[in-house]
Structure formats: C-alpha cells, structure tokens
Ligand binder design. Structure first.
Ligand code: 0O2
Length: 205
C-alpha cells in the first residue's frame, strides 16, 4: 500500500477511535452525575482515557506476533481506544458495568473479570471490550473501546506496579514479584473493609 494512503487511513482510524472515547466519556459523565443526584453517591471517582500512539500499537502488534501494519491495527487490537474508570468501592465497579450494559447502543463484546479472578501477580480490574456507534458525516462506524473498571485501591496498586516493573526491564530481582503480590492482597483487603464500612453507612442513611 502507498505510504501516503496508509498514513491517511491510520489518521482517520485514530480520530474515529478518539470520537468513540469521547462518546463513552459523555455516557460515563451522565451516569456519574445522575446517579449522584438520585442516590447521593457518585459511583465514579475519576475517568482517564487514551488512544494508543502508533509506536505503542506497533509494539503490541509485535508482542502478539501480528503483522506490524498500522492500517490494520483496529482489526487485530481491541484496545486502540481505552477508558479507565476508577470507582470508590468494588460494588461501584459492577454497578457502572451494569449501567453500561443496559444502554441499547452499547454492546459488551467481551469481559475479563480480574476482580473475581485476579491475575497470578495480584492484578485486579474488570475489563470490558465494548462497541459503540460513532455517527460520522457519511456513515456510522462501530468502534471497539477497552473499558477498565477498578477501585481506587486497585488503581493505586496497578499504577505503582507498572512504575516499579518498568525500572527492571525484565531483570526482576528474586522476591520482588512475591512482595508485589503480597501488597495486592493488602489492597484487596482494604477494598473489602471499605466496602463493609460503605454498607454500614448506607444502612444508617
Ligand atoms: P497499556 O499501555 O496499559 O494499554 P489483550 O489486550 O486482551 O489482547 P491481554 O494482555 O491479555 O491482551 O489483555 P488484558 O489481560 O485484558 O490486559 C490488558 C491491559 O490491562 C494492559 O494493557 C494493562 O493496562 C492492564 N494490565 C493487565 N495486566 C496488568 C498487570 O499485571 N499490571 C498492570 N499494572 N496492568 C495490567 P497493555 O496493553 O499491557 O498496556
């Protein structure tokens, strides 16, 4: 394929993914504000978003042994567009998932529940691959977005684990992984105890 044509295809694909992220951000903002208004509890603490940069897309394609073809990235990768939703409590993670699942224009294609079944290193989060329509000037595109839902404690752990891990560049010292897994268990316990307090406060409300 001509380089100019491929560049143009990539630019268009990335911009459509950016629009999909914006649509999802609007949905989440509405859920957050309206739920808070009705129930006096905001199930969303904050939301971050990103569209993968071309170099990160190429890295992931190579890691997965797929052709390093940016124009086809969206066919091979489900997380070109990503939204991370940080919730106060574990119950909010599932509450937000349920509210998204009830939206008729949003399809949940795949779920990975690392809250119910954490990864061996202790990583916890609820991952959804959703598909939403983006209405363009001459067509509708149905775009996949990876939604990661997690509590503040899960986010704290995952952010620091990522930071610490990258320093070692695959040369991880003995005991390091085990200690990280131990800290994940502490984060999980913190979530459970905070959830119990949350229930108590709600009962007294
Ligand atoms: P980035 O830069 O965060 O996007 P798949 O994407 O489904 O084809 P995979 O790896 O099986 O491939 O997906 P999975 O398990 O759903 O995890 C994808 C993303 O979850 C990662 O994206 C991370 O954001 C996050 N994640 C998964 N495991 C861990 C973990 O052990 N620690 C931390 N800190 N984050 C994790 P990327 O593409 O790796 O990177």
């Amino acid at each position: 394929m001509d380089v100019g044509v491929a560049d143009d295809l990539l630019r268009r694909s990335l911009v459509v993914h950016k629009f999909a992220v914006e649509e999802l951000m609007t949905k989440l903002r509405i859920l957050s504000e309206e739920f808070d208004l009705v129930h006096r509890h905001d199930p969303i603490e904050h939301v971050t978003q990103r569209v993968k940069r071309p170099d990160a897309i190429l890295d992931k394609l190579r890691r997965k042994g797929l052709p390093a073809d940016l124009a086809l990235a969206a066919e091979h990768l489900d997380d070109v567009a990503g939204v991370r939703v940080v919730c106060p409590f574990v119950s909010d993670v599932y509450r937000v998932r349920d509210m998204l699942a009830r939206q008729s224009d949003l399809e949940i294609l795949r779920t990975k529940d690392y809250v119910a079944e954490p990864k061996p290193n202790g990583y916890r989060s609820l991952h959804l691959i959703v598909r939403i329509p983006v209405f363009l000037s001459d067509r509708v595109e149905h775009v996949k977005v990876e939604v990661q839902l997690r509590t503040i404690a899960m986010d704290f752990w995952a952010t620091l684990e990522h930071k610490l891990y990258y320093k070692y560049d695959d040369q991880v010292p003995a005991g390091f992984v085990e200690e990280l897994t131990n800290t994940a268990a502490i984060a999980a316990e913190l979530d459970a105890r905070m959830e119990a307090l949350h229930l108590e406060v709600q009962r007294d409300d």
